[in-house]
Design a protein around this ligand. Sequence first.
Ligand code: ZN
Length: 259
Amino acid sequence: TRKIPLDDDIKDKLEIIARGTAGFTGADLANLVNEAALSAARDNKKNDKKTVTMKDFEFAKDKVLMGGERRSMIISDQEKRTTAIHEAGHALLATLLPHAEPLHKVTIIPRGMALGLTMQLPIDDKHNHSEPYLKDMIKVLLGGRIAEEIINNGIKTNGASNDLERVTDLTRKMVCEWGMSEELGSLTFGKKEEQIFLGREISQHRDYSEDTAIRIDKEVKKIVDEAYKEAKDLLVNKRVYLERITEALLTSEVLTGDQ
Ligand code: ZN
C-alpha cells in the first residue's frame, strides 16, 4: 500500500484487512490494493476524494473474493425478503453464539452466484478448531434455513443448499476424521489417499464395515439434529431481533457486525 495515498481512517486498520484476507498470495494482495485504488479513483471523479479509504478496501475485497456486485439482477420483492430473512438468521447466530467467529458484515446485494452473504472474521489465523467452535459453526450455517422456516411458516427454499453441503461435510469430518463422536470414539474411518494409479476411487477405499457405515450416518444425523434444535430454540427466542435485522437489511442492503 506504500504507493497509494491511504486515508487516515485506514492506517491503523490494515490489520483488519489482513485478517479478512488470510491465504491471499502476494499477487492477490496486489490485485486487492489495485482494485481499492480504482474504486477510489471512480469516487474521486464524483466527490473529489483524494485518498483510498476503508470503504474502497471493503469494496475491493468483496469483488476479489466473491465476484462483482450484480445490482442489475432482477429479484422479486418476495425473493429479496426471503434472502434478508435467511442472512439475518446467519448473522444473528454468529452474534449470539459464544464460539462463533465474530460477524463482520451481512448483505443482500447479489454477487456471483449468491443472492446474499454473511461474512465472519476469524480472530486469528486458526488452524486447530475446537469442538465447541465447530458446533457453533454448524449452527451458524443452519441459521439461514432455520430463520426462513420460522418467519415463513415452515416453508423451505433451495437457497440453503450450499450451507447444508458444508454442514454435512464438516460433521462427517468431525465423526470420521477428528474423533469427535462419543458413539464411535477416537478412531478414523475411511482412508483418504487416492490410489489413482490403481484406478480406484476414494469411495471404494472404505476400511470399515457396513454396520459402521450405518452408525456413522446415524451419528452425523444426531450431531446435525442437535445443532439444528439448539439453533432453532435460540432464534425462536430472539425472533424479535431476527425480524429487526431482516427489516434493516431490506432498508440498507448492507449491515456491519457492529450495526
Ligand atoms: Zn446461507
